[in-house]
Design a protein around this ligand. Structure first.
Ligand code: SF4
Length: 406
């Protein structure tokens, strides 16, 4: 297919595809899906080989948020039965992080619900970062605390943070339909602040919120413009108790096309499959490793992921390898650019508390009693019906007395 050959050539040169080309990837048919994955896979292997970076989420503060992000189970008015707790003590957070690191993670993402941190909160998180770094040599720490005020990014950098996550989530044109208590411009401002302070910027999106293909292309192009080093791609977990609970409109094939489009537009950036991986890709997860070079290990912020052991087995079975602490994630031109910066000449991180990872505090949102997300359903309910068989609220790990899933 000429389109795919063109996109591979551009990806290897870090050249921005046209909007028409990006839209065409999203419009490919299921018959062409393996060709799309193979083409984007060439770009992924060129910049990242067969390495998979593992990230581990620690939810420092869960629920009780005054913001109204529609996708988030921690939002104001959410009736989802998630864990609710205030700041974890540094030692407890460090213990939670250690479990993820022992499971193979090289980056810990410290996430807190809320509009943004106070200066006292930043001091608190600085203590946690120091505790984690003292106890775990070589660990990367990413903070995801919401909107930053002047000077806070610098203070986090001084405390040892390597990265800051704040997702754009969706296009500027639709942002106001998703959240009313802050703006798209607020989010851009925080990513810019993190970048300017020398933190590696992490900013991504949430797909599946009812957006159009044009919206998806808009947000991915906006991300390339912001030049983050990592782009988490969340697939909406429609959590019972949130306004988007009925938005079950993603298929595994659609998710793969979205990841391929992100890879073509941000070829040399750490593309991370974030919240919704197990729920929406299901048995197609191994194919997605040909597109993304990074995942979260174990559980998400408020929902359960598949067992960490299953993640490791999937990576090995698919012919990939877990990236070690001695290996540099980013391509040389980007790694040498210093903190922040996808470094690419071109235009082009948890940010939106939701999703799964940083920046998307919830990501992991979700419904009440359901079995663990590790067991794909044998049959698929009609589109629009709740998939309570696929989503389980997190009841273990940080904020509980139970061992984490890592
Ligand atoms: S995404 Fe973050 S800011 Fe928005 S409601 Fe959830 S915790 Fe609050």
């Amino acid at each position: 297919m000429d389109l795919l050959n063109t996109l591979v050539d551009k990806g290897l040169r870090r050249e921005l595809p046209s909007r028409e080309e990006a839209l065409a990837v999203l419009a490919t048919s299921d018959d062409d899906l393996l060709d799309v994955v193979a083409a984007a896979g060439k770009v992924r292997r060129h910049w990242f080989g067969r390495r998979v970076k593992l990230n581990y989420l620690v939810n420092l503060k869960s629920g009780l948020c005054p913001e109204d992000c529609s996708y988030c189970s921690q939002r104001l008015g959410s009736t989802t039965g998630i864990l609710k707790y205030t700041w974890l003590k540094p030692d407890d957070a460090s213990k939670a992080a250690a479990a993820g690191l022992a499971g193979g993670a090289k980056r810990v993402c410290l996430v807190a619900s809320g509009r943004g941190p106070t200066d006292r909160d930043v001091d608190r998180v600085a203590g946690t970062i120091k505790a984690i770094k003292e106890q775990n040599e070589g660990v990367e720490v990413c903070a995801c605390l919401g909107l930053l005020s002047d000077g806070q990014a610098e203070r986090l950098r001084e405390a040892g943070a390597d990265a800051y996550n704040h997702n754009l989530n969706t296009s500027e044109g639709t942002y106001g339909e998703i959240t009313t208590t802050h703006t798209y411009a607020d989010r851009v401002d925080t990513v810019t602040k993190a970048h300017a302070a020398g933190l590696s910027a992490c900013s991504g999106l949430i797909a599946g919120m009812g957006e159009s293909d044009e919206d998806l292309v808009d947000v991915v192009y906006a991300l390339r413009e912001l030049d983050p080093d990592s782009v988490p791609v969340n697939f909406l977990i429609p959590v019972e108790g949130t306004p988007l609970a009925k938005e079950w409109n993603l298929t595994p094939q659609r998710c793969l096309r979205i990841l391929a489009m992100v890879r073509f537009v941000c070829p040399d950036v750490e593309v991370r499959i974030a919240g919704g991986r197990e729920v929406h890709l299901r048995t197609m997860q191994p194919l997605a490793l040909h597109l993304a070079n990074s995942i979260f290990l174990g559980d998400y912020l408020t929902t359960e992921g598949q067992a960490g052991k299953a993640d490791l087995e999937m990576i090995a079975d698919a012919g990939f390898e877990v990236e070690g602490t001695g290996q540099v994630t980013l391509p040389e031109h980007r790694a040498n650019a210093g903190g922040g910066g996808c470094g690419s000449t071109a235009e082009t991180a948890c940010g939106s508390h939701e999703g799964a990872g940083c920046g998307s505090h919830e990501g992991a949102g979700v419904c009440g009693s359901a079995p663990a997300a590790s067991t794909p359903a044998a049959s698929t309910p009609p589109v629009g019906e709740p998939r309570t068989d696929l989503v389980a609220v997190r009841r273990r790990g940080a904020g509980t007395d139970l061992a984490p899933n890592a």
